[in-house]
Unconditional design. Sequence first.
Length: 205
Amino acid sequence: MNLREKLKLYVITDGRLRDEIESVKLVLEGGAKAIQLRMKNSTTRQMVEKGIRIRKIVEDYGALLFVDDRVDVALAIEAHGVHLGPEDMPLKMARIIAPQLLIGATVHSVEEAIKAQEDGADYIGAGSVYPTRSKENAVVIGLENLRRIVESVRIPVVAIGGINIENVRNVLSTGVDGIAVISSILVAENPKEATRRMLREIEGR
């Protein structure tokens, strides 16, 4: 499996914007190959029930499914991976508990990126590149810091935060491997077409 290729467009769910299952179907039809199930204010049971359904859909498209924050849910639904933030389970511990999972780590600096790589992360989510309404109190790092992060590690870097069709080329100029999006696709009138358009931009077509 070519992880860098799969992470090229990484779509994160947000049930406040559009139902998770509907979102996943539409963006996979549009060509996305990486999905993150993010359900911040849901119960474990809700996450597991919805996650099992999404796992089956993702499998049909040959895409990857990551679960935000929750190693236990990722294991329960047989997701491909988990994405961990600074307040979540320590990466080293997650690697011991779930050696079969792909593990992503949120970072905001070169130092955090290097540590995540040393601790065994398979990829990094770096941002917020621009101000975003999708996450409260997001730390904005800007393009230059993103470029430094990319240059500091060997593992794939996915940029996140305020990225849309107008600024995605500027973000790609930093050398990132992938782009993570939420609202720029989920609130579109046609998320499937919005996914296709974003992929065309990413691939330089």
